[in-house]
Every structure is written in structure tokens, then in C-alpha cells.
Design a protein around this ligand. Sequence first.
Ligand code: ATP
Length: 877
Amino acid sequence: MSTDDITSEQAYVSALYDRLDGLRRRTTSRLRTVLRHSESLPRARFERDAASADCAATLARITAAENGLCFGRLDFDGGERRYVGRMGIFDEDADYEPLLIDWRTPAARPFYVATGAARLGVRRRRHITTRRREVTGLDDDVFELAVREPSATELVGEPALFATLNAARTGRMSDIVETIQAEQDRIIRSDHRGILVVQGGPGTGKTAVALHRAAYLLYTHRDRLARSGVLVVGPHPTFLRYIENVLPSLGETSVVSATVEALYPGARAQRPEEPALAELKGRAVLADVLAAAVRDRQRLPGGQTLEIHTEERLLLLERSTCVRARALARESGELHNQARTLFVRAVIEALARQVADGYAAETITAQVLEADPEALDLLAPAGFGGTSLLDDDDLAQLRRELRADPAVRAALDELWPVLSPEQLVAELYADPGTLASAAPELTAAERRLLHRPLAEDGTDPDDAWLRALRDATAGAAASPGPGDDGGVGTSEGSDQDGSADGDGDGDGDGDAARTGGGPRPAGGWTAADIPLLDEAAELLGEDDRAARAAALRDRLARVAYAQGVLDIISRDVEDDPEIMMATDLIDAARLADRHEDADLRTIAERALADRTWTFGHVVVDEAQELSEMAWRMVMRRCPTRSMTIVGDIAQTGDPAGTTSWERVLAPYTASGPRPRQESLTVNYRTPAEIMAVAADVLATLRPPQQPPRSVRALGLDPWRLRVTEDELGPVLARTVLAELERLSAGQLAVLVPAGRLAELTAAVRAAVPATETGGGARLSAPVVVLGIREAKGLEFDTVLVVDPDRVLAESPRGAHDLYVALSRATRSLGVLHTGEVPAMLDRLSPAGPPADVPPAAPRSTEGRASTSPTASRAAGT
Ligand SMILES: Nc1ncnc2c1ncn2[C@@H]1O[C@H](COP(=O)(O)OP(=O)(O)OP(=O)(O)O)[C@@H](O)[C@H]1O
């Protein structure tokens, strides 16, 4: 490329940066002006905050575009020229002529998909490489005018692509906006409607494509998606940290990313699950089991009558009354906790009638019996009409007394308890009788597997459901107002059944005390339990009446305040009919609404705090790991089914994970359009020599899968080293040091069977103290030691896989896990094994012990993250 070319491109790029600076200055100054206004009224505050959020989002986009602002140019047959970059820049003085087009616009598309076979009118595609604001290189694809056969293997912008692929890893995924390939571009820009499934082998760019698609959809449908948000579901927290820079670097900051478990704002997984149990808990049939468990908790008295001994009297609750009350509550279509109100109301009504009849019977006995000795027998079958002897106030008082009576409450709790999801699931596991009745579809052995006693302390400080219920009811009880008596939610007239405490007994405790806190199984919850808790929450229903009543009370107070304000400003002019008064323009209710405080939390904050939040689009990465129950949980978050699902069924490690996209998605697409399927076939990560080893493992899986085609070979043979069990720790430590020496920059991962994580981490740490490990590992560390599941979706320059035999034995999907482990490296791979090498790894070249590395001397790698890896490596040895 001539220096003239670089000079002229530099001039153009510099002019773009000048415009970017101008835009930044204008936005910053607008932000300052907006923030200077100290608004006292909530609505004005809201507008100010919305304007400042808008400025902040624009500034974030400008900042994100700074590096690599312009990276491409297209020259068309007719002489038209388009520059492509990270954001659109227009010439305001020339009718908004585009100077730089955003990569997501249709006009930019030929940059990614034009080939010699399908030129789309492009004569030349130029990749422009920049460092900071300086143009450092140009690469041109000049298309011949003659049409030739399309080639499936054709890469777009090879030099730029290989420069990225060969660069050392940093522990953070980067965007690929400058080098998106044609098969990836098609997926990124695919229609947002419906479910899109992208199946692809390791390193084919599924994660990269899914994230660029999220950015594309946010750009194309910003109005719709900005309100409801986009959710990215990833397999583990380390993965979410690994990808967290990608969308911000594309100028998108409003995406929520979470693991499946984090979508349930309550209990957290506290321990790993046994594979057999994880598989069982993942089955969709567990949804039926939970539904049956809920119905089982809606009970009837054992005999024909239930005796309730209150302090004053003995009440006899007829079984038939409970049958009717239960049918009424069930048929209402309300969820369990809300339907309890109807059940309680019907039972209390029957008990009130019984007490009133008692009064009537006494009256009759005293006044009538003498006149007609058979009066009791005559009246008893149809009742004494006792309620008609009491006026409405007396009856209301009687119902309140009955609801507050501890014996009556205990009986109601036995028959129809308020349940938290944690309580339902933990008590289901704990009680073999409930399990047997709720889970007839499971075998006795499976039910035994599910059985787990309750944790001894019985309460779970993390039971958010109960905490929220307690807070809400405490708030409701603490704020006296019209709602407390005869007002919203508490009167006999409106709610009849009582108050805002969610159980209808008017005691304000929300029954939290009676649920005994939040039970959990001994040992705590596991990741496989979380979808069950979410399902239980869905069946039980959120009890939001306390919060609703509190909100209504707030509003009444605001209306009263607004009325006071209107009275004051109208007072002096009240008698003059000529003068228009404030009350002619606005009433108190509307004035109050204008003063309502807006919810200023970000979409992410609101969405993650609200279990019932639904997103405009959901991306599921490593989707093969989701169980059927987890899918139910994710699907609830996306009723529109606008979803991008990316994964690889050959990499499924979770025993409850997916083996067929069709099968797992069938329940959600039965009545709608079928999911669209796309596949990615080119492996950008793993060099061909390593992929050949992984492909041998892949060949042992059923059903057989096609390995992806590696885009590059590096000429470095993957090796294996046999060591004795005793030597494993020290040899591993020396190998790590030797490999670090070889690796001038980048990252090294030691991938081990989950059961050996602690022991092998200790061995590596003896040589490299800064080694990071486990789910919370900091990926910028020079060395990380991870179990295979924790390495899902990640990549490293060098990978050492330890004890493949144990990886294979540790889980029914051991071979899938080994396949994942072998396909994480971007440069080199070594395997340390203690027994015979598994036959599927025969292709590995036998190696001698790590040479030239002194065995002891632990190496300091302090400060490596902030200095150049090469420098700190040198300093550390
Ligand atoms: N078009 C591209 N240009 C540059 N780099 C790319 C491109 N496509 C993919 N890559 C790189 O290839 C690597 C693998 O991509 P990614 O992690 O998205 O693959 P994956 O299919 O999700 O892999 P796995 O299934 O193993 O998790 C990443 O470093 C990614 O940045």
C-alpha cells in the first residue's frame, strides 16, 4: 500500500475524529446544563434525569467508538464510496450526508458479505487499521469483475482476521466488529422475531455472534428493546466477566447479563449437585410434581368435622364446608397464595354463621322453648337464622375476631397455608409421604434420591420472598391511614377477607411467622434447585397485596396533600367568579399523579430484582447446558419468544442438559412458528493440530458430530506426558513454569477434574503464587486452574489438561467435558496423565519431562496485570 494512500486515509480519519470531538463537546455541555438544574418537583426531576441518562448513553457510545472509529471503506462500481465504522457520523452542513456509516446499518452490510462471487456492486473493500487515532495499515480486497463460483471457505479480510486470532489472549473477550465473517453476519442481522438457534462447534464464534446480534437488535429496534431490555444468559459468573466488555465496547450498556440461577431473586446455590440428582431435578415432569405438591397442601379435615378449640367456645368445622371452600378457591383460577383469601373467607363465613347460630339457639332456648318444646329440632337442620339477628357491624366484628383467633388461624394454616417457594420445595424433599403423593410419575428409587431432610436451623436468611413479605406487611402496618379501617384492601366491603397482609387474617404478619422462616434442605440449595424454586414461585403466586395496599395508601396521602395545596392557592380568590382558580384547571388526583416519584433504577436493576420481569429479547449462550426445568424458567422471561439460542450439543456437560434442540424447544413452539436453525462451521479459535485431537474425542460421542474446520494451523503439535500419581503435583508445577517461559504473552489455564481442583491448585500455586482458581477466578491472572465446567465458553493461549481418565469417569458426560477441555487453546495444548493414555487421545505426541526448569523457586507474578506480561515474566523468574 502506498504512503499516499495512508496519508489520504489519515486525513479522512482525522476529520472523523474532529467531528467525534465536536459531538463529545456538545453532549458534555448539554449534560452540564441539564445537571445544573436542581429540580424540586418529581416530574421535572424525572425529565432532568432522563435527559442526563440520554446524554450519558451518547457519551458512552462516543467513548466506545474512540478506538477503531473507522475500520473500513467500500468502493462501488458507480464510484460511490462508503466509510464503515463503530458509529454513524453525518455532515450537518451538507444535508446530513453520511461521513461514516454505523456497522449495523444495511448500507454497511457489503463490507462483511461481499465476495468475489457475490460482489454486491463492490469493486474494492478496504480494511483500515488504526492505533489510537493514527492509520497504521490498509488491506484491500479488489474484486474481479468476472463472476466466479462461490466458495464456502472464503474468508473476509484475512490479514485483519489473522492478526486478531494470533494475538495473545487478555482474559477479556473483544468485539469482532472489524472482521465479522459472512456466515456470522447473516446470523447477526437475522430477523428479531421468533427463536433462532445457532448450533456450532467450539470456537466458531457463537458467543461473539450472539453478542453482536444483541448490539445489532438494540440499534435496529432501540425504542422497543430499551424499555424491556435484552437479557444475556451465560453458564457461570466467570464467563459473564469474560464477556462483559464486548457490548460496552460496541456502545451498548443496557443489556442485563445473568446466569440462569441469578434470574431467581431469592435463594442461591450453595453446593454442587450430584449428577444423577441434577438430571432428575432437570426433568420437565418436576413441574407436574410441584403442581401436585401445591394441591396436596390444600387439605381437608381428616374426619367429618374438625374441632377448633378457641378460648371461648368449641367450633366444629365441617369437612363439607372445607370441600366447598376449596373448590371455590381452586376454581377461581387464582394462584395458591392469592386463592387462599377465598378459602379463608368461605371458612370464616361458615364459622361466623355457626357462632351466630349459637347465639340464636340460646335466644330461642330462652324465649321460645317453653312455647314449643320441639323448636330446637325444627330449626336446627336449616340453621337458626342467627346471622339475621346480628347487624352488619356485629357480623364484621365477629369475622375479625374469628380471623384473629390463634386456634382458627392454626386450623386455616393447616388446611391452606401461605407458602413460600423455598418452603414448598424444601418440605417436598423432606417428606417421603408428600413426595409419594405428588410424584407418582417417578420411581420409588427416584423419589428416594430426591429425599433430603430439612436443614436443622430451619431458616434461610436468604429467603427473599419472606423478607419482602415481612417488609411489605411491616410497612403496611406502620402507616396508619384510611386504608386501615374501611379503606382500600382492609374493609369488609372491598376485601371482606381482611387486610393487606396477604393471608386475609388481618394480623399484619403475612403468616411469615407461621411458615417458620424459609426452610431449606440440609446442605443448602443447588443450581438444579433454582428452576424448581422459580416454578414453585410461579405456582404459588407472588403475594403483592401488601405492596399494592401500601402504594394505594401512599397515593391517598398524596391526593390529600394535593387537595390541601389547591385549597391554599384557591383560598383568597374563592369568592370571585371572574377569576379562574387552580381547581378549574386541575383536580387533586391529577395534581398528585404529576408529583409521583418515578422509578429511576436502570433496566438491569429493575429486571434482576423482579422475578416476573419479561425481556424484549433474550440471548442464551452455552444453551446446551440448560435443563428442561431451566428452559421453563428462561422462557417465562420472554413471552414474545424473540430469542437467540447459541450452543453446541457436543459440548453438553450438565447431566440434565440438551441433546436435541428440536426436542427441548418443542413445548414452546408447538403452536407457533418453528425455531429457525443456523449453523457455524469455522473454528476461529483452535489451531488445526489441536482440533484434530478434539475431533477424535468428538468421534466417540453419540450421535456423531462433524467437527468445525479450523481456520489456521500453527505447526505446534499437542503433546502428552505420563507421570506417576506421586509426581503429578510437582511435575505439573514445573510444566506450568516451563509453559509460561515459552508463552511470551497471554494466558495459561490448567483444566482439571472437578474432584481434584483443590489439590492441583495447591500444586500450581507452589510454583506460581498468583494463580487464580475456581468460579471466582480473575482471568487476567497469568495462570488459572479451573474445573472443566468453569472453563465453558472461555479460551486461553496455552491449556494443560490434567488426568483425562478422571475427567471421563467423573460424569456420564465425561467425554463431552474432555472435548470442551481440549478445545479451549488458541496456541498450544498439553495433557498430563497418570495411567495409560485413553485411546481417544492416541494422536497426542509423547513428550519428555519438562526440561530446563528448576523445580523449586516459586515465581512471583505480582503486578503482572498492570505491566506487560513479557516484562513481568522476566522479572518473576
Ligand atoms: N469473525 C471473527 N473475527 C475475529 N475473531 C473471531 C471471529 N469469530 C470468532 N472470533 C474469535 O474466535 C474465538 C472463539 O469465539 P467464541 O468464543 O465466540 O466461540 P464459541 O463458538 O462461542 O466457542 P465455544 O463453543 O467453545 O464456547 C474468540 O476469540 C472470538 O473473538
